[in-house]
Design a binder for this molecule. Structure first.
Ligand code: IPE
Ligand code: IPE
Ligand code: MG
Length: 278
């Protein structure tokens, strides 16, 4: 938070937004469905891949802002298991851009103590992409600042299936399969995101009101924020606005809000008095 303010000028709009954020109630984990690259390009009569290229800048700035804010985990949806349905040339461009991003950003990730992790069915990636991804993950493994999860060939259902299969395999190996009983903890600790808290805030750009198979298990109680902004236009200002909106939410987890001035109690008593007199 301090690092963010130090990078801004008083009087700037983002300075005001940053000042309004309560550092004690930051989302520990932000997840983003980076959507709208194709539409961004279409509006400019450019090929879809131009939109993907323009989406790299916002990835860079979002990572930087999250690190400066003091967010612990940022999970970015970069490629879904369903995205293979797209034309081969588009998919290949996405791999090229991922390799470009890794090469370009690695020095800054190191400098800023950012750890990179990839989540998804990575075995299906082209060999060279996989190799460079693994190298970037290994190179940043000891960093202790922001953790960036890149969701690549990721599907929420696939993740749950993989978790259950991993549990079965383990139980088979250690002979406990006969008495195996699943519970929420066992599943959660076998997801790709095992080491992370669940997302507090899930952002989707480009206005689509759907989850598209992202983090199905982990978002049970995440706060959702959908903006019309297309991903290539997503700026630091958009991110700070999302965090401010998140801080206005009343997270009840199925319970009740904290009573304001003994409200809850007063309501109960009023109800009892009303019952007696009826
Ligand atoms: C998101 O932008 C990037 C990926 C899914 C890889 P899209 O490519 O989905 O853009 P739209 O939704 O078609 O505008
Ligand atoms: C979700 O966007 C996947 C990513 C952002 C990587 P899509 O564009 O693939 O989702 P749908 O098809 O609109 O649901
Ligand atoms: Mg899309």
């Amino acid at each position: 938070m301090k690092a963010l303010l130090e990078s801004l000028q008083p009087g700037e709009r983002d300075w005001d937004l940053a000042q309004a954020i309560d550092p004690a109630r930051l989302p520990a984990h932000i997840a983003i469905i980076m959507d709208g690259n194709g539409r961004w390009a279409g509006r400019r009569r450019l090929p879809r891949v131009a939109g993907h290229k323009a989406g790299i800048g916002p990835v860079r700035s979002t990572v930087e802002t999250c690190a400066r804010l003091g967010v612990k985990v940022l999970t970015l949806y970069a490629f879904s298991v369903e995205n293979w349905k797209r034309p081969r040339a588009e998919v290949e461009t996405l791999w090229r851009l991922l390799r470009y991003y890794l090469k370009q950003e690695l020095p800054d990730l190191q400098k800023n103590d950012i750890r990179l992790q990839a989540i998804g069915r990575l075995d299906a990636l082209p060999t060279q992409v996989r190799r460079e991804l693994d190298a970037a993950v290994d190179a940043t493994a000891a960093n202790r600042g922001l953790l960036v999860n890149l969701a690549i060939n990721y599907g929420g259902r696939a993740e749950i299936v993989d978790a259950v299969n991993a549990i079965l395999e383990m139980a088979q190996l250690d002979g406990s399969i006969g008495s195996l009983k699943l519970d929420e903890d066992l599943i959660a600790t076998n997801l790709y995101t095992a080491s992370c808290p669940d997302p507090d805030l899930l952002i989707r750009t480009s206005g689509e009101m759907r989850i598209s198979n992202f983090l199905l298990w982990q978002i049970a109680y995440s706060e959702l924020y959908v903006t019309e902004t297309l991903w290539p236009d997503f700026t630091r200002t958009d991110l700070l606005e999302a965090v401010l909106e998140y801080q206005k939410r009343d997270r009840r987890y199925g319970g009740l809000s904290a009573p304001v001035n003994g409200d809850a109690q007063a309501t109960d008593e009023t109800f009892v008095v009303a019952l007696r007199s009826s």
